[in-house]
Structure formats: C-alpha cells, structure tokens
Design a protein around this ligand. Structure first.
Ligand SMILES: Cc1ncc(C[n+]2csc(CCOP(=O)(O)OP(=O)(O)O)c2C)c(N)n1
Ligand SMILES: [Mg+2]
Length: 368
C-alpha cells in the first residue's frame, strides 16, 4: 500500500496569436473571412466610442450608473463572434461589444441605463439572456440552458460570461461541476480584468491561473491573451466545436484589463496606480487589431478615419432616438408597484409624497 502519484492532466495552455506590437504567429492565425474581420473591427470601434459617449452622458446626468467595457472589447467580442444566432449567450454586465454584435440596438442600451425595462427587453427570436447583476448567478443559468440543448438533442451551445471575481462565488463551482458531470455544451468565458471592484486578482485566488479551475471539474481549460482578438476567437472556436460535438464544456480565461472605472460610482485611483493602467494602455486590443488589418491590406489610416466618423454618426443617431423614445416611457409611479400584493403603509406614504412633489415641479425631472 505505497503512496503513489495520481497522474493528472495538469497542463494549461496559454494562447497568444497577435501580440501587442501587432506581430502575428502565422501558423496559429485563424481563418476568418475578410468581411468578418472588418465587421469585428467596426464593432470594437463602435463599442469603444459608445462606451466613451455613455460615460459622458452619465457625467451629464443623462443616464444612470453603468459599467464601462474599455479595454475588454476583444475578450468578449472574439468569443461571441464564433457563435451562430441559435446559440445562447448568457452575459454578466461588461459585454457590450458582444451585445452589439448580436444585434442589440445602441438606443436600447441608453434606455436600459436610464432604468427603463423597455431597454432590457430582448426580441423573442434572439437567444440572449439579459444582463445579470448578481455576480456569478448567470453561470448556472447557462449550464441549465446547455443541459436543455443536450436533452433536446440540439447542437446549440450556451456561452456564459463572467469576471475574475465571479470565480470566487459558489455558483461558478456548482456550474462547472454540473457541466463536467453531465458533459453539457457550455463555454465559460472568464473576463479576467485583474480587478473585482477594488479586490485585485491576487486576492481572488491563490492559483496561478483561473483556467486551471477547469481541471478540478474534468472539463477543458485554456488561458488566452484577452486583448488579442484572434486568440480569443481561436480558443472559442475550439471550445464551441468541442461543445457541439458532445465532448463537453470549456473554461476560457481571457487575460485582460478594465481600463476605466468599475462603474460610474467608482474611483479606481483609491486602489490602483496610474502606472499599472499605463502599462495596459500599450496592450490595447483595438490598436493591435488595426495593425493586423493594415498588414493584411484591409485597412489604412484613411479607412480608420472614415470608420471613426461613421461610428460617431451612428452613436449620435442612437442618442437622439433614445432621448426621443424615453419622453414617452415610464410612469415613475410604477416603482411602487409589483413588490407587494398589498402595498405597505410606508410605501403608500412615499407614493403620496412623490405625487405631491411631481405636482410641485410640474412634471420636470421626469426622465431626467
Ligand atoms: C452576488 C453579488 N455580490 C456582490 C455584488 C456587488 N458587485 C458588483 S460587481 C462586483 C465585482 C465583480 O467582479 P468581477 O467578477 O471580476 O467582474 P468585473 O466587475 O471586474 O467585470 C461586485 C462585488 C453583486 N452585484 N452581486
Ligand atoms: Mg474583474
């Protein structure tokens, strides 16, 4: 009865195809049609500029709190780009470029971030779940969907997104364990952006990678440079093929960085240095992808300038449409409804006070 070594499949790959200088590892380059490459570029640029505009709208009091995505465009867009419309995406709250790719109109994002349910409504023919604010809870939903796909004999997959912080939630572990045991067609995309509000990645887990958590659940795991769209795309392609073919789930850790605030209610200067942010600025996913497209002869400075102009026009149109739409939306009195079958006295009182206030300000402040 000696003590022997149990051999485990311990290795975790790290995948990088296009580095921060724009240099390409040609044998690893995924075959992506030129028009798809240009659409990916357009979506990243649109998402980046829209993110900036949303921040400015928030600072002007024209939308509520929102979580910027700057720096993480490739980490989620690269993964979602491999999906078919019939596949499911199950987002957290920092996947705006993926939402746009799947067809979400920009104005709905503005309407949502003003607190109107109408902005969160997903058309019945789109297999996308709404944004999930309770950290990690959506990973279980994705596993449930993936299990349903398998049960029904379909070859659609469910792709869940979450952050590094979510890997400390029980939901993450339950989800991965279920996925391993039942071999469901799920792809777990962790956007490891180094921070969970003010908690750094080093305090989230003692392990060297997040990807290796997959090994404990008997599923595949890979770590990729999350600012390299090609690496994310290639890893997602592999994972989706694995899921569709019945070979089970994959955890993809996309190593990236949250360049901006956690949400507009946060001040990162209180917990991280400017030098750290500066270091990541040089690894921007968009500029390196532009270098790649330029080297392929698909994009030059003039074309980039034209794209910049086109996305700004698209954003401006969306802001105008959203602000017009919101004039006709939302009776604020609805916030008092639907929490209780019978409204408690204190809520009735607040409702009355609100009505009095509304009368005083003559309807001003609505939607503002
Ligand atoms: C269950 C739960 N606990 C706490 C919060 C508050 N909260 C919102 S985001 C966040 C950090 C999430 O970090 P991470 O998973 O790394 O995602 P990121 O914000 O970096 O995209 C926390 C603690 C929450 N929304 N849900
Ligand atoms: Mg995080």
């Amino acid at each position: 009865m000696p003590r022997t070594r149990v051999e485990l499949p311990e290795a975790i790959d790290h995948l990088s195809i296009l580095n921060e200088k724009g240099e390409l590892d040609r044998p690893l380059e995924p075959a992506v049609p030129d028009d798809t490459l240009l659409r990916l570029h357009r979506t990243m640029l649109l998402a980046r500029r829209f993110d900036e505009r949303l921040l400015s709208l928030q600072r002007q009091g024209r939308i509520g709190t929102f979580p910027p995505i700057a720096g993480q465009e490739a980490a989620h867009l690269g993964a979602v780009a491999i999906l078919r419309p019939s596949d499911w995406i199950v987002p957290a709250f920092r996947e705006m470029a993926a939402d746009i790719w799947r067809g979400r109109p920009l104005e709905s994002i503005i309407v949502y971030n003003n607190g109107f349910n109408e902005g969160g409504r997903i058309p019945a023919d789109r297999n996308d779940l709404p944004i999930s604010i309770p950290v990690g809870s959506q990973i279980l939903h994705a596993v449930g969907i993936a299990w349903a796909m398998k049960y029904r004999g379909r070859d659609d997959v469910a792709m869940a997104f979450f952050g590094d912080g979510a890997t400390s939630q029980g939901d993450f572990h339950e989800a991965l364990n279920f996925a391993g045991v039942f071999q469901v067609p799920a792809v777990f995309v962790c956007q490891n952006n180094q921070w969970a509000i003010s908690i750094p990645r080093a305090k989230q887990t003692r392990t060297r990678t997040l990807a290796q958590k997959a090994l404990a659940y008997g599923i595949a795991g890979i770590q990729v440079d999350g600012n390299d769209l090609l690496a994310v795309y290639a890893a997602a392609d592999e994972a989706v093929q694995r899921a569709r073919s019945g070979a089970g789930a994959t955890l993809i850790e996309c190593v990236t960085y949250r360049m901006a605030v956690h949400t507009t209610a946060d001040d990162p200067k209180r917990y991280r240095t400017e030098a750290e942010v500066e270091q990541w600025r040089g690894r921007d996913p968009i500029t390196r992808f532009q270098k790649y497209l330029a080297a392929k002869g698909l994009l030059d400075e003039q074309a980039i300038a034209a794209e910049e102009e086109a996305v700004q026009a698209e954003i401006q149109g969306a802001v105008e449409r959203a602000e017009e739409e919101m004039k006709g939306l939302g009776d604020p009195l609805l916030m008092f409804e639907h929490a209780y079958a019978e409204m408690p006295a204190y809520l009735k009182e607040q409702r009355e006070e609100f009505i009095r206030l509304q009368a005083e300000i003559g309807g001003e402040g609505r939607n503002g």
